[in-house]
Design a binder for this molecule. Structure first.
Ligand code: DUC
Ligand code: ZN
Ligand code: ZN
Length: 480
């Protein structure tokens, strides 16, 4: 860095020296120079006030997890196990530096109050950078449209709606939200499952005495997802508003999205590690154990896993989020309706914030499925691009120095309770991954180093976001 007054060469604040760096879709052996929390240069021969030696390590952009539930009240009225403080710890330990979580509207609540409430929680506790999806449960709340427009204009550029659960909206309500959000430059994210199919199937199963966690999977037939995805794609087309389909689990769901995108519909979509790496078999455990893996939609089959991977490779799906939804395996979480509650009373979701990056690194980099550049694109660049996060998701001059240093040879077998969230179990217990994050830097400051958490509650920043459009160029993106 040149000091303007003296014309002398100054040291950068930090240099990451000698790593193999993923930048511009390629891998280069280079140093990264950091000044004032941003990447200043990529090259060789830099001088740094502080130097981190990265010989033999891979350097990837800090993970951007675009779908996690943190310190959130669920539709069942249950608080997540994680606060922003504990979720930040878990994220940093797993190589994630930015999250988009939810500001979840209560019935009758003004959206401005909802977002202020969640922003205060995050401001107090978050040690990593964050943004919010505005999760809508009541479009009839006071000042709804004015508040939504104002929040979007202020940089909250995504809205979340459900087609099911007790907070599901009907098609007319979703169309109206698409109209408002699309015109204001926000993306609408949709949990797409057909409510009538689920209600009828659940009622039949319960009448037959089928109440186990495994029966949860049967209660949410794949047709429920397929039908709702197809319908939401059509609504997006009619409204000409951009839509993100959350947590796609079925081959047919991928096909519906591919067909809609081929028609030019402004549709993007994500899947999650539990759909890529697990099947319905995880629910088939003695007693209530299967509740640990209960999520919606449920895990499916190996054929679906293959279709999801193919969908990622071909660009029909653009993102892999964790859908981190943390509930403890006790009366405070999964069993808040009692230890013997039938499956509809058991909280949905599992922890994944800390697992997403290592699981994807192992599959994509160590095992070679799609490769390192695609890993960086899927886990950081694409979520930053699609959700309008300027300065995030890339290792390039001018971007935030959000970096992960990986030891590609380190193997780790997950234990029963080795995550750093507040959940108390690991749904990937027994899985061995190759490739391990040994340092995570947020804006040039280590938040994890050699397995030690270094984050500071409150140091995370809220990320105002750019306008989200329906540019067809953004809809083509197959992986590098
Ligand atoms: N499904 C959701 O839709 N949200 C959170 C967790 C889950 O399993
Ligand atoms: Zn969902
Ligand atoms: Zn979710």
């Amino acid at each position: 860095m040149l000091c303007p007054e003296q014309g002398t060469v100054m040291a950068y604040d930090l240099v990451i020296r000698g790593g193999r760096v993923v930048t511009g879709g390629a891998m280069v052996d280079a140093d990264i120079a950091v000044a004032q929390g941003r990447i200043a240069a990529i090259g060789t021969g830099f001088d740094g006030a502080e130097v981190i030696e990265a010989n033999g390590l891979l350097v990837t952009p800090g993970g951007v997890d675009p779908h996690c539930h943190i310190e959130q009240m669920s539709g069942m009225g249950l608080m997540n196990a994680d606060t922003f403080e504990t979720a930040s710890r878990s994220a940093a330990m797993g190589g994630t530096t930015s999250v988009i979580s939810f500001a979840a509207q209560g019935k009758g609540q003004r959206l401005s109050d909802t977002v202020a409430d969640y922003a205060a929680r995050a401001q107090h506790g978050a040690a990593i950078d964050h943004a919010f999806h505005i999760s809508v449960s009541d479009p009839d709340a006071p000042a709804f449209e004015a508040d939504l427009r104002a929040l979007i204009a202020a940089g909250h550029r995504s809205v979340k709606v459900f087609t099911t659960y007790n907070i599901g909206l009907d098609d007319a309500q979703i169309l109206e939200i698409l109209r408002i959000a699309g015109a204001a430059g926000a993306l609408t994210c949709i949990h797409a499952e057909n409510d009538a199919i689920i209600s009828a199937t659940r009622a039949r199963l319960l009448a037959e005495g089928r109440t186990r966690p495994l029966d949860h999977a049967a209660s949410r037939p794949r047709a429920a997802e397929i039908e709702a995805i197809a319908r939401m794609c059509r609504l997006a087309e009619v409204a000409q508003a951009p839509v993100m389909i959350f947590h796609v689990s079925t081959a047919e769901g991928v096909a519906e999205i591919a067909a809609a995108r081929a028609r030019g519909a402004p549709i993007w979509a994500e899947t999650c590690p539990h759909y890529l790496f697990q099947t319905e078999a995880v629910l088939d455990k003695p007693g209530r154990e299967g509740a640990k893996w209960m999520c919606s939609p449920p895990q499916r089959t190996e054929a679906d896993q293959d279709a999801l991977w193919a969908g990622l490779a071909m660009g029909h799906l653009q993102l892999v989020s964790s859908d981190h939804a943390p509930y403890r395996f006790d009366e405070t979480g999964k069993f808040s309706n009692g230890l013997d509650a039938p499956f509809p009373g058991i909280a949905n979701g599992m922890p994944g914030l800390e697992l997403r990056q290592p699981l994807m690194f192992d599959a994509m980099v160590s095992r070679g499925r799609l490769g390192l550049a695609a890993f960086a694109r899927l886990t950081a660049e694409a979520p930053a691009d699609l959700y309008g996060l300027p300065g995030k998701g890339r290792i390039a001059p001018g971007y935030d120095a959000d970096l992960v240093l990986w030891d590609p040879a380190h193997t780790h077998t997950y234990g029963a309770n080795d995550l750093h969230d507040n959940v108390g179990y690991n749904p990937f217990e027994g899985t061995t991954v190759t490739g391990w994050p040994i340092a995570t830097l947020l804006r040039g400051t280590p938040v994890m180093r050699d397995g030690a958490y270094l984050g500071q509650p409150g140091a995370g920043q809220w990320l105002p976001r750019d306008v989200i459009g329906t540019d067809p160029a953004d809809l083509t993106g197959s992986l590098p």
